[in-house]
Ligand binder design. Structure first.
Ligand code: SF4
Ligand code: SF4
Length: 370
């Protein structure tokens, strides 16, 4: 991969200064920080003399987490991320290959000891000495153990890296293990951004937070950033009024399903999955599985996605009042817009929703101008 050592000569992501400031302000709100922190984030990101170097390791994975950043409908997310960091090594994106790429990885690690971010995508097989996933003839298990102590922090992106994901599903023939378990007891800071794939904005916000404050954001007991994984999907779901009123789709295609009723009885895992899909949504279009009529699979939650059968009813974790105050209407039960949800949400929900909507709006406005 071509080394890009340049200082910030322009606003990251090729967006206008005004739009970059909007993204940073929305990101601040989305992370639960005061909106006034937005300019500080923008200043930190543009004033950096050198972008934080990143080594991106791939274990047992499908490249979906990288693809989700690159294949977004609008270039904002990947452009911002790739302009904010110096991606020195990524097996998916390297232009160099073989010895050349490996030499460059070793050089970057030595030159940036204690300063680079190690991103891990995919789980790490530990069975039989880790022989089930090798890079340049070396088990990725060994590479992770050698590299992580030299990094400033480790970001485990996607469910496979964060808790094992698909490769760890029973009977887990390769001993697929999440990065944090391999590094347990070493004192190396690890942050998990689970999801299959995770939302690119959650990664972007984490990067912006790190660039601004030179530390990781506040994490929960599963090492996930609280700003993204602090609430259940169920708390901000537009179908929640139907759940509370006991109106459920019983089968795909039945009247309840067509009316936009709650998908709990079809196996929706929103009540036990901590993530912000119901507010942030995907594809810059405000879409997510539940508003297209499919239950949440719980892909980001350890022990739920790839563990509990898709249509098995979820365990309702904690029944808090709905953050969504959308009026219940049988005729219009198919789901509110992202903007409506942002407006209707409670205090915390509103902050998250508004940030999410603003983040997406920037992308949409630019798209119109293209
Ligand atoms: S069970 Fe699923 S569809 Fe129903 S309100 Fe909760 S998250 Fe939404
Ligand atoms: S809605 Fe559920 S299945 Fe879909 S990405 Fe979010 S957590 Fe995963």
């Amino acid at each position: 991969m071509r080394c890009r050592e340049s200082d910030f000569e322009k606003i990251p992501g090729g967006v206008s200064r005004r739009d970059f400031l909007k993204v940073c302000t929305a990101t601040a709100v989305y992370m639960g920080l005061p909106a006034s922190i937005g300019p500080k984030i923008a200043e930190a990101a543009t004033a950096a003399k050198k972008r934080p170097p990143v080594i991106w390791l791939s274990g047992q994975e499908c490249t979906g987490c990288t693809e989700t950043l690159l294949r977004s409908t609008h270039p904002t997310v990947e452009n911002l991320i790739l302009d904010l960091i110096a991606l020195d090594y990524s097996e998916t994106l390297n232009t160099g290959a073989g010895h050349q790429a490996e030499e460059y990885r070793a050089k970057s690690i030595e030159e940036n000891k204690g300063k680079f971010i190690l991103v891990v995508e995919g789980s790490i097989p530990v069975k039989d000495g880790g022989i089930y996933c090798k890079i340049a003839g070396k088990p990725v298990l060994e590479i992770l153990k050698e590299t992580a102590p030299k990094a400033a922090a480790v970001v485990a992106i996607g469910s496979c890296a964060a808790w094992g994901g698909v490769p760890s599903a029973g009977p887990n023939p390769t001993g697929a293990t999440p990065a944090y378990k391999i590094l347990e007891g070493t004192g190396i800071p690890v942050i998990n951004i689970p999801g299959c794939p995770p939302n690119g904005y959650n990664f972007l916000s984490t990067v912006l937070y790190y660039v601004t404050f030179k530390k990781l954001p506040e994490l929960d007991d599963k090492l996930r950033p609280k700003f993204a994984y602090g609430r259940l999907i169920h708390e901000n779901c537009e179908r929640r009024p139907h759940f509370d009123a006991g109106r459920f789709a019983e089968q795909f295609g039945d009247d309840g399903h067509r009316m936009g009723y709650c998908l709990y009885k079809l196996g929706c895992k929103g009540p036990e999955t901590f993530n912000n899909c119901s507010t942030l949504r995907f594809n810059d279009m405000g879409t997510w599985p539940v508003n297209t009529g499919h239950p949440c699979f719980g892909c980001s939650e350890e022990g739920v996605g790839f563990n509990i059968p898709l249509h098995t009813p979820a365990e309702v974790k904690n029944v808090t009042p709905s953050a969504v105050q959308t009026p219940i209407s049988v005729d219009h039960g198919g789901g509110g817009s992202a903007a409506a949800i942002g407006l209707a949400a409670g205090v915390a929900g509103a902050a998250i929703g508004a940030g999410a909507v603003a983040l997406k709006k920037v992308g949409q406005e630019e798209k119109k101008q293209d």
